[in-house]
Design a protein around this ligand. Structure first.
Ligand SMILES: Cc1cc2nc3c(=O)[nH]c(=O)nc-3n(C[C@H](O)[C@H](O)[C@H](O)COP(=O)(O)O)c2cc1C
Length: 341
């Protein structure tokens, strides 16, 4: 009979990117406009193996743009953290990587997956998948300028004519990258269709660096199915974490065979309130409340609420409006509970 001792168990839960040990195989995806310091803090309070920043412009960092520097602020409790940079100029990407390394991140990620036209028009993001030689130069350039691990987050290709994920994965590995995260959709698909997890499996079999699988993980069961089907080293979740910052902790617990329970209505409200507080502290009340409009809608998903509450949700301007909206949600929920008795 084989017995699993604690060390083996821990080994199964962890993975490494270069010399960075990551304790859990659950990863927060980079999401522009979402995964700022406040959101990452709320996710980390619950638990996650690794968190990614929003994408940051390499040109912005090189030109000392204030907003870009705001994106690379890192708090102590966030480690290990990967900061993602985007750009298409080898020199700028290398210099930006040095700036980001100096800011204290643990891993640098290169964006080869952004399908937004504003980014692709500059030659950055997923459009780079059409230029394997440039990808090689960028990855090599960045790797040669920093001491911390460098990773790449890519899509399956640019379009049906450029479905070159295996070629790109190999180029990236040979250029010195320490891991690959793959969202297996073409850039031309954006978010339509289904993420083709067989692509994750093929990439995993094709390279020897760690592969992080991504795409359409909405539950703890999806996460374990992705690991089983693709043998990827870790699971990255984006949209599945919106309004559910506890999701990655649940995935890690599920991987280690522990039971998880959906937080109660009151606990969800408590987490949303904490999120609003952290946002206010970091960005000021006005910006926090604008951001909270979308987050509160995600937190409220699945809760009973009326069209009237929904419309107040979109008009939150200050903490008082926020609390008012929360009270309405609570009242509506109480009434529902009472009616169903
Ligand atoms: C609002 C939003 C913003 C995103 N921003 C980024 C980004 O900055 N960099 C990146 O590589 N991917 C970005 N993505 C893609 C996600 O990281 C992820 O690959 C994609 O959402 C698929 O994973 P999911 O099905 O778990 O959401 C973004 C996705 C969303 C929904």
């Amino acid at each position: 009979m084989t017995t699993i001792n604690k060390d083996d168990e821990n080994t199964q839960m962890m993975f490494r990117i270069g010399n960075v040990r990551i304790e859990d195989r659950s990863v927060l995806a980079p999401m522009a406009g979402i995964t700022n310091r406040a959101f990452r803090k709320v996710v980390k309070m619950h638990g996650a193996g690794l968190v990614y920043s929003e994408m940051v412009s390499a040109a912005g960092l090189c030109h000392e743009d204030k907003k870009s520097f705001e994106y690379i602020k890192i708090d102590d409790e966030e480690h290990p953290i990967s900061v993602q940079i985007f750009g298409s100029n080898v020199d700028e990407m290398s210099r930006a990587a040095q700036i980001v390394e100096k800011a204290g991140c643990d891993i640098i990620d290169i964006n080869l997956g952004c399908a937004i036209s504003k980014v692709m028009r500059t030659g950055a993001g997923a459009v780079l998948l059409k230029k394997p030689e440039l990808v090689e130069k960028i990855v090599h350039g960045v790797v040669s300028k920093v001491r911390i691990p460098v990773t790449v987050k890519m899509r399956a290709g640019f379009d049906a004519a450029h479905r070159n994920f295996l070629e790109i994965a190999k180029i990236v590995e040979d250029a010195g990258a320490d891991a690959i995260a793959i969202h297996p959709r073409l850039a031309s698909q954006r978010f339509t269709g289904k993420a083709d997890w067989s692509i994750i499996k093929q990439v995993k079999e094709h390279v020897s660096i760690p592969v992080i699988g991504n795409g359409d993980v909405k539950s703890i069961y999806d996460a374990s199915r992705m690991i089983e089907e693709t043998k990827c080293d870790a699971v990255m979740v984006g949209r599945g974490v919106l309004g559910r910052p506890w999701m990655l902790e649940h995935i890690s617990k599920h991987f280690s065979g522990k039971k998880v329970e959906e937080p109660s209505f009151d606990r969800k409200i408590e987490i949303a309130r904490m999120h609003a507080g952290i946002l206010s502290e970091m960005f000021g009340e006005k910006s926090a409340m604008l951001q909270m409009r979308k987050h509160l809608r995600w937190y409220a998903k699945g809760m009973p609420y009326s069209a009237e509450i929904c419309s107040t949700l979109f008009r939150i301007e200050n903490m008082k409006d926020f609390e008012d909206c929360i009270s309405r949600l609570k009242l509506f929920n109480e009434k529902r509970k009472f009616r169903s008795l």
